[in-house]
Design a protein around this ligand. Structure first.
Ligand SMILES: *[C@@H]1O[C@H](CO)[C@@H](O)[C@H](O)[C@H]1NC(C)=O
Ligand SMILES: *[C@@H]1O[C@H](CO)[C@@H](O)[C@H](O)[C@H]1NC(C)=O
Ligand SMILES: *[C@@H]1O[C@H](CO)[C@@H](O)[C@H](O)[C@H]1NC(C)=O
Length: 538
């Protein structure tokens, strides 16, 4: 009897939680704007969001047909449901679901792929909070047609970054769990929402892990309204990437003097960057309690996603790119790995020079976490020794399995970010590398060149032609995005040759561009990690 009672209670708990979760979610597709690559007769794209299972969106037979819903605002999409038509069910096979902010279908990240789906069946794809304004369904290939009976898109309006984060507090009073401060409910009215609270202690703190680095624009804190409104007084809001002292040593965004009972106060943090948001009340005999913390801001740009990865060797399909595959992790779970060898390395080419503030490394969690120990992070512009001679940002002592550790590089300039483990019989495995910084930085340099040219470089058209030829010669060597300008009109040196031959003088002009210390005249763009040729034949 007692056992049965316990069972019922657990069941009830599950149901209530379910209700809470679905209560917050809405089918955002219902008020979105739909479109498709082509339209077959009267089968309009809106038919996929009309709630009617016997009408469908339907493209013509074509190459790469697609259907899209514009949600009009950016959502964190938790799941997408697809309902198939009641006949010709196999036509859906191979359809890809993408979520993102791009009108170009393929720029959006993949949430799921439909292998097969029975007639009239509904499949649910978990997108785990992928962010995007557009949800696209498309079938890659020739001679395809796409029909969709219904598409549902469930999630939250993106914005409050706290939802979905991981929380922890220094202690917990009763069932005033840390999670209750990010349950999406500011109020203190419902049984299953509520507030967080620590015990009465010294320096009580609460920490939110946003799971990624954000530029935080605002933090909104809602105070309890049942009693004890003064228990928030003196709380510091701290934001940063360090877990030192449980994150309580990160820089302060604001100190809360007081918040009226039940009220929400908004603190501006001017895009302070951080993965952790802490609240802490310094002092003895303090209780830290509040009902909601909301964090608004933007994902700090991870420069790695636009880069190109390479490594010294590749173990099976543990390709170098898998360490920067953020958007595709759901489909191709994965990490990069070299073979076991001497001094294995992995290199990221950011394609431009950046001022790198931080590198975040995620270690594997399946096994062998200690293999990362001793890896050196190097940043710079040289490809000498495959980039492994560039200056050192940090040496990794160890990273626990599955964890992401952040290494501060204090604004090192570089186009290449390398990881290398010095030693024999080493193996370098990386599950994610994220790089944060500013840029691209323009590099300006002056070069003095000696040309051997038969053209008259005192003529401005000729001079422009020479620059074009030089730029294309540089481009051939991989230095694109370089802008050249003359700093001085070339001087010419005439060498007489063949003077006796035909009675005429063929001039061989030698032009010197002299070094000129005025900035901005002969400039090169950011894509020039190496050196310019010091002279050339034209
Ligand atoms: C916070 O305050 C600013 C300025 O008053 C306002 O623009 C912003 O919308 C507020 N944010 C929230 C989340 O309430
Ligand atoms: C914390 O405990 C101290 C010592 O017992 C007490 O004086 C104080 O009122 C308590 N504070 C709160 C907020 O309960
Ligand atoms: C200039 O180029 C010509 C033709 O290629 C060559 O004969 C001559 O030796 C070169 N002169 C110098 C100074 O390099």
């Amino acid at each position: 009897m007692k056992k049965l009672y316990k069972c019922l209670r657990i069941l009830l708990g599950v149901l209530l939680i379910e209700e809470m979760a679905t209560g917050q979610e809405e089918n955002a597709a219902l008020w979105g704007e739909t479109s498709e690559s082509s339209n077959y007769g009267n089968w309009l794209p809106t038919h996929a969001v009309d709630g009617v299972l016997t009408t469908w969106a339907h493209t013509k037979l074509e190459t790469d047909p697609w259907w899209r819903v514009d949600l009009l605002k950016v959502y964190r999409v938790n799941r997408v449901t697809i309902t198939n038509r009641n006949d010709y069910a196999s036509r859906i096979n191979g359809a890809v679901i993408r979520v993102g902010n791009f009108l170009n279908v393929y720029s959006n990240a993949i949430c799921g792929v439909i292998s097969t789906l029975a007639a009239s069946a509904t499949a649910t794809f978990s997108c785990s909070g992928m962010e995007g304004r557009y949800v696209v369904v498309h079938i890659p290939g020739d001679q395809k047609l796409l029909t969709l009976a219904e598409v549902g898109v469930y999630g939250h309006l993106a914005g409050n970054r706290a939802v979905g984060g991981a929380v922890l507090q220094s202690s917990t009073s009763g069932d005033w769990f840390a999670e209750k401060a990010i349950d999406g409910n500011r109020g203190f009215q419902l049984l299953y929402t509520g507030c967080s609270s620590t015990n009465n202690e010294t320096n009580p703190w609460w920490r939110l892990d946003l799971r990624d680095v954000y530029g935080v624009s605002e933090v909104v804190v809602t105070n309890r309204n049942d009693c004890c409104a003064d228990r928030i007084n003196g709380a510091e809001i701290r934001i940063g990437n360090s877990l030192e002292n449980n994150g309580n040593n990160n820089p302060i965004c604001a100190v809360i003097p007081a918040i009226p009972a039940g009220a929400s106060s908004n603190y501006s943090c001017s895009r302070m960057e951080g993965r952790y948001v802490n609240l802490i009340i310094p002092g003895d005999w303090k209780v830290l309690t509040f009902c909601e913390v909301e964090v608004y801001g933007y994902l700090a740009e991870n420069l790695a996603v636009n880069g190109a990865a390479a490594q010294s060797s590749t173990s099976a399909d543990w390709f170098a790119e898998k360490a920067i595959d953020r958007g595709l992790q759901q489909l191709y779970t994965g990490c990069s790995s070299t073979l076991s060898e001497t001094n294995p390395w992995w290199r990221l080419d950011l394609r431009q020079i950046y001022r790198v503030n931080r590198v975040v490394i995620t270690n594997r969690k399946d096994c062998c976490a200690e293999q990362i120990n001793g890896a050196v992070i190097r940043i710079g512009n040289s490809l000498e020794n495959n980039g492994n001679s560039n200056p050192i940002c940090a040496v990794i002592p160890a990273i626990p399995a599955g964890e992401s550790y952040s290494y501060s590089c204090g604004g090192m300039d570089g186009r290449y970010v390398n990881l290398i483990i010095p030693g024999d019989m080493k193996l370098l495995t990386l599950c994610e590398v994220k790089v944060y910084g500013e840029g691209p930085c323009l590099k300006r340099s002056f070069v003095k060149m000696l040309f051997n040219s038969s053209k008259d470089l005192t003529d401005s058209t000729m001079r422009e032609n020479v620059l074009k030829q030089l730029e294309s010669a540089l481009a051939d060597r991989g230095f694109t995005d370089v802008t050249l300008r003359w700093s001085q009109t070339p001087k010419r040196v005439i060498q007489k040759v063949n003077a006796a031959k035909a009675g005429t003088i063929t001039g061989l002009l030698r032009h010197y561009i002299t070094h000129h210390p005025v900035p901005g005249i002969l400039t090169s763009g950011s894509g020039s990690p190496g050196r310019f040729p010091s002279g050339g034949h034209l």
